[in-house]
Design a binder for this molecule. Structure first.
Ligand code: BTN
Length: 325
């Protein structure tokens, strides 16, 4: 189904809020025949939507599938540009890779690449990101901010803020942030963020934000190596959660804070980030490529670097590290 038709159709059902939308209304809205309307409805059914058809009343959505297809995400999504163009894959190597390719072909800002499974998911520091089928959220967003290169790490922090709030809204859980880009639930990692750039000299062409969220895995589904440190939303919540809902809530928060950031700068984001961080005012070990810095985490600076006060009273700026709390 063409994405424009899908968007209009789902918007109509969304507006009806569980009620009926007449075939006549749909055919007017889409500018197509009643037979074509029926075909579009059949396509939604194939995707797992349960639609009821009643004579003289029309169609209504009874159940949405536990899927993360473009339809599922767009139904009820309240954003202007983030996630309005969605590219979905059942299986893909890495959504980051696809997002880079699309970005080079000129994909619009806010384009979201989502996959049900990744076979070559990438984590930070060239690590593998385990991305099994049907249980998590593996997605990448294309941004085209007009900001200097050195400010791009701020977008990772902004993403973390939007994730904390989006997950909280969708699940009632209270995630925290471990600098720079891990989201923890009850002290274990549930989400990772990988920010990559396309830039030359000091001009940013695009920023690709990759996000992996463990949603419905059970503990024995994680590789043994991460079983003690990783968790999922379902483990912490005690029940499975609709992945599309989490994506929607995240995209809405993300658009809000990204727009605020472009208009008013990093300050409002910094304050929120610090309020959600579990690292601040604690003694931490930051393992950087050039050695370990030990000290009290004071906060972040404008560039998103972590400020650590060592026992000698020196303030070290850490740009990239693994943190032990
Ligand atoms: C981390 O190491 O914590 C970051 C993990 C980022 C994983 C996501 S899943 C979607 C996107 N595609 C990838 O290959 N990686 C990111």
């Amino acid at each position: 189904m063409q994405s424009e038709i899908r968007r209009k159709l789902l918007a109509a059902f969304s507006e009806a809020d569980g009620g009926y939308v007449s075939g006549q209304k749909i055919s007017e809205l889409l500018g197509c025949s009643r037979t074509a309307v029926w075909k579009h409805i059949e396509e939604l059914r194939k995707e797992g939507f349960v639609l009821e058809a009643v004579r003289r009343k029309g169609y209504r959505i009874v159940k949405t599938p536990e899927k993360i297809t473009a339809n599922e995400i767009q139904l009820g999504l309240q954003t202007d540009f983030i996630g309005q163009n969605i590219v979905y894959y059942d299986t893909v190597d890495s959504t980051q890779k696809i997002a880079h390719e699309l970005s080079q072909k000129g994909a619009e800002e806010g384009t979201l690449v989502v996959a049900d499974e990744q076979t070559g998911g990438r984590g930070r520091m060239a690590r593998v990101w385990y991305s099994p089928k049907g249980t998590g959220i593996w997605m990448s967003i294309i941004l085209r901010p007009n900001i200097p290169l050195q400010k791009t790490p701020q977008l990772t922090l902004l993403t973390a803020v939007a994730l904390v709030e989006g997950i909280e809204e969708a699940t009632g859980l209270s995630p925290t942030i471990k600098w720079p880009n891990d989201i923890l639930i009850n002290g274990k990692k549930a989400v990772g963020i990988l920010t990559e750039l396309e830039a030359e000299a000091d001009q940013v062409h695009s920023v690709i934000i990759g996000i992996g969220i463990n949603v419905n895995q059970q503990i024995d589904e994680f590789p043994e190596a991460i079983r003690n440190t990783a968790t999922s939303i379902a483990i912490e919540k005690g029940e499975k959660i609709h992945r599309a809902l989490i994506i929607q809530k995240f995209l809405e928060r993300f658009e809000k804070w990204y727009t605020t950031y472009l208009e008013h700068g990093f300050k409002p984001i910094k304050l929120l980030w610090e309020s959600y961080s579990i690292s601040l005012n604690k003694t931490i070990h930051a393992r950087t490529l050039s050695g370990t810095v030990v000290g009290k985490a004071l906060g972040i600076n404008e560039e998103g670097a972590l400020l650590i006060e060592t026992s000698e009273g020196k303030i070290e700026k850490v740009y990239s590290a693994d943190i032990d709390i």
